[in-house]
Design a protein around this ligand. Structure first.
Ligand SMILES: NC(=O)c1ccc[n+]([C@@H]2O[C@H](COP(=O)([O-])OP(=O)(O)OC[C@H]3O[C@@H](n4cnc5c(N)ncnc54)[C@H](O)[C@@H]3O)[C@@H](O)[C@H]2O)c1
Length: 246
């Protein structure tokens, strides 16, 4: 896919799904702003992207901070002159049963997954509106569609991301900015590695394609949403889960 001279911001791109999305966009010729709270993983990802011959900017930033997210957008425009693509990927889990869930576990998950998505979208929107062009891809989750025991905070945050995606799509459509979401299922990353084997086995039973998803599976869906092939698609949530929920 040709993304030559395009500019993308990918949040939470130090590792996992975000890192793979950044690598994939870079393979298409896209210049990348990598964003993460973790400086060490950021610099490693930057090195791996630079060898692809595109320009990379790293911004250590917390998506929950309005000041930080404005800085991400401003520094990207200062370095590359514009913003074509935003991928809101930064996200966390703090699982607990509702009865036991601490206020901080609820607040932190909502702050990063949902408010972080709003902060970054708002920060890039003024630049994209001016250009009358843009693509925003929000990484939600199947848990935001079906819910899950022990993940009320995460489910609420991701359902919020899906609803936010639809509102942003309606608001930005007149300016030719498409906003879509991806709802991954059970993807092999550090986030899912911590799950106990019996829980993993139970989840596998529910996947018709009989394998866990890979970070590449999610990155491929992002490539579709930033490509011209999806020009007439906005406000949608694409489920990437091997058929787990239908
Ligand atoms: N792994 C899965 O199975 C799965 C399934 C569905 C959805 N998702 C979603 O995909 C996204 C990526 O998940 P992953 O599995 O790669 O997770 P991960 O934990 O491997 O990576 C998340 C990255 O986000 C960064 N981050 C965390 N808080 C941040 C903040 N406040 N500001 C900036 N960066 C921050 C982390 O440092 C990390 O590098 C998340 O939104 C997650 O909810 C993952």
């Amino acid at each position: 896919m040709n993304l030559k001279d395009k500019v993308a911001i990918v949040t939470g791109s130090g590792r996992g799904i975000g890192r793979e999305i950044a690598l994939k966009l870079a393979s298409g010729g896209c210049n990348i702003t990598l964003v993460d709270v973790d400086e060490n993983t950021l610099s490693q990802t930057a090195k791996d992207i630079e060898v692809k011959g595109v320009k990379v900017l790293t911004v250590k930033a917390d998506v929950t901070s309005v000041v930080d997210t404005e800085r991400i957008a401003d520094e990207t425009v200062k370095s590359f002159g514009k913003i074509d693509i935003l991928v809101n990927n930064a996200g966390i889990t703090r699982d607990n049963l509702i009865m036991r869930m601490k206020e901080d576990e609820w607040d932190r998950v909502l702050a990063i997954n949902l408010k972080g998505t709003f902060n970054c979208t708002k920060a890039v929107s003024r630049y994209m509106m001016k250009e009358r062009s843009g693509r925003i891809v929000n990484i939600a989750s199947v848990i935001g569609i079906g819910g899950n025991v022990g993940q009320a905070n995460y489910a609420a945050s991701k359902a919020g991301v899906i609803a936010f995606t639809k509102s942003a799509a309606k608001e930005f459509a007149p300016r030719n900015i498409n906003v879509n979401a991806i709802a991954p299922g059970f993807i092999q990353t550090a986030m899912t590695e911590v799950l106990k084997d019996d829980i993993k086995a139970k989840m596998m039973e529910r996947i018709p394609l009989q394998r866990l998803g890979t970070v590449q599976d999610v990155a491929n869906a992002v490539m579709f949403f930033v490509s011209e092939e999806s020009n007439y698609i906005t406000g949608q949530t694409l489920v990437v889960d091997g058929g787990m929920i239908m």
